[in-house]
Design a binder for this molecule. Structure first.
Ligand code: HEM
Length: 491
């Protein structure tokens, strides 16, 4: 499954996969995900608010410390997991299930109810459990020693994998079992999707063998139903990433899944196989869960250490969302300009994807800073360092969201300088391999901050400043981010 993922693909396979991904990030699809994003953030906000209030009542004046990085991880996993598979992922702490449903009809609560009604609750739990084990035991830090050695010596990777499969240790066994469970569950979902669509008169046969399912178009446009919990007979919600992928391979018919990618007009790609579809859905979660959680945790840290930024953010949030239970809607997004600037500036100082790479095309050379690099060489681009380069960024080490706020009087004086100016801010990379999910991530981060800060502020626990970092595939706060949530209003 891993070998068929967009991230690892190249050449025409990469173009084929990238085209299949595009519809999931079209404006209509993003608008459809919005209620799920705000619903999950609201669920987390209410849980933290209730926890803080209970703790303050128990010990007069005392608060309740939480690891905000972990909490945000539960929320972003719930968002990408539910969006990806179209089933409720149950990854925000179970405690809040009771508390969340009452105040607002959150999308998640709706999806949960729908899932229970349809008996597909089990899918979400199975997928979430398998993903959890894959994240843990697939990482070089917590996983098998084989993975650590493979990270140090990438050229030995295939040999080490063969060895690991022949003589597996306990952690590798857990990882392979979790991957098998995940694959089986996804294939069940794909089969049920096919059954539903063939029951609707479509021809769903042949895709696994690589044959197009021509003419099996779905009639609904699907967008938004993933978020509202409306779902087809199959248990896969229309408008979810899985639904869009399956629709895409049916030759342009299904929902927004049939749209061609930008610049792809006239280009025909072979339909994706079941295995390729399953691989993309898994990558959607892998790529979108921890990166966005880290970005949000870094933003919370930056806000907590800059009271003037916090005051301005709260003013904007209160202005845009004046109603006591109001969640951000599509028309509110352009009005959350300062919130977006806060996310961008946090991404500059703390880019979760701190490093990316390119390979100089074989047979060509690349000249950088007076050095000539031969073809076939891997070149690493350290975004963390580039984002703090004082030759490029005025007041490089300071947290100043006004850099990203054109209406601010400080804007001009804070812009990056020199030849690198155009790509100086690159938390999502650049060029044709730029992060395909960046609009999804920015929308989620922005509405999550607005929804959380509408109810709460966060005070850092002693010892959290300066922030300690750990960098592996992504960069995250070392040991989490420990804060006390402070409710903004009396309950
Ligand atoms: C704050 C959150 C995120 C950050 C910081 C981030 C960052 C990045 C970076 C730096 C790259 C490599 C770009 C390059 O080499 O030029 C990348 C690639 C990618 N990202 Fe993201 N990402 C985030 C969220 C997401 C989300 C939410 C998704 C999907 C739902 C996603 C899916 C992908 C995929 C599929 C690729 C590979 C694209 C390709 O190779 O064509 N990312 N991301």
């Amino acid at each position: 499954m891993l070998s068929s993922m967009l991230l690892r693909a190249s050449g025409s396979t990469w173009r084929q996969l990238r085209a299949a991904w595009q519809p999931a990030f079209a404006p209509a699809s993003l608008a459809g995900y919005l209620p799920l994003m705000t619903g999950c953030a609201d669920q987390l906000a209410r849980r933290l608010e209730a926890k803080a209030t209970a703790a303050a009542g128990a010990t007069a004046g005392g608060g309740s410390s939480v690891d905000m990085w972990r909490e945000l991880g539960g929320m972003t996993l719930q968002v990408v997991g539910s969006t990806a598979y179209g089933v409720d992922f149950h990854s925000i702490n179970e405690e809040d299930q009771a508390g969340s449903g009452s105040g607002s009809a959150t999308a998640t609560a709706g999806a949960t109810a729908a899932a229970k009604g349809r008996g597909d609750d089990g899918y979400g739990k199975q997928l979430a459990a398998a993903c959890g084990q894959i994240f843990r035991y697939g990482s070089p830090v917590h996983g098998s020693p084989y993975l650590r050695v493979a990270m140090l010596f990438p050229e030995l990777r295939s040999l080490l994998l063969t060895l690991a499969h022949t003589l597996p240790d306990e952690k590798f066994t857990i990882l392979t079992k979790a991957r098998t469970r995940l694959c089986n569950t996804v294939f069940q979902l794909i089969d049920s999707w096919k059954q539903q669509h063939s029951a609707e008169g479509a021809t769903a046969a042949g895709a696994s063998s690589g044959k197009p399912d021509a003419g099996a178009g779905q009639s609904n446009n699907g967008v938004g139903a993933a978020a509202t919990g409306g779902r087809g007979l199959s248990g896969v919600a229309p408008g979810s990433f899985l639904d869009l992928m399956l629709g895409h391979r049916q030759g342009g018919g299904s929902g927004s899944g049939g749209k061609k990618a930008e610049g792809e007009e006239g280009v025909e790609h072979a339909p994706l196989t079941d295995e390729q579809v399953a691989g993309q859905v898994q990558l959607f979660i892998l790529a979108g869960y921890e990166t966005t959680a880290n970005a949000l945790a870094f933003a919370v840290y930056c806000i907590a250490t800059h009271p003037e930024v916090e005051s301005r953010l709260l003013r904007e949030v209160d202005d845009v969302l004046p109603g006591s239970d109001q969640l951000p809607g599509e028309s509110d997004l352009p009005r959350l300009a300062y919130t977006e600037a806060v996310v961008n500036e946090a991404l500059r100082l703390f880019p979760p994807a701190h490093l990316t790479s390119r390979v100089v095309p074989p047979g060509e050379t690349l000249t950088v800073g007076g050095y000539t690099i031969p073809g076939g060489t891997a070149v690493y681009l350290p975004m963390y360092l580039a984002h703090r380069d004082p030759a490029v960024w005025p007041r490089a080490e300071e947290f100043l969201p006004e850099r990203f706020l054109p209406s601010s009087p400080q804007y001009e004086s804070l812009q990056p300088r020199g030849a690198a100016q155009q790509h100086a801010h690159a938390p999502f990379g650049y060029g044709s391999r730029m992060c395909i999910g960046y609009k999804f991530a920015m929308q989620e981060a922005k509405v999550a901050l607005a929804t959380l800060y509408r109810r709460l502020t966060f005070t850092l626990e002693p010892g959290q400043q300066p922030l300690k970092l750990v960098a592996s595939v992504t960069m995250s706060p070392r040991g989490g981010l420990h804060v006390t949530p402070v409710p903004r209003r009396k309950l």
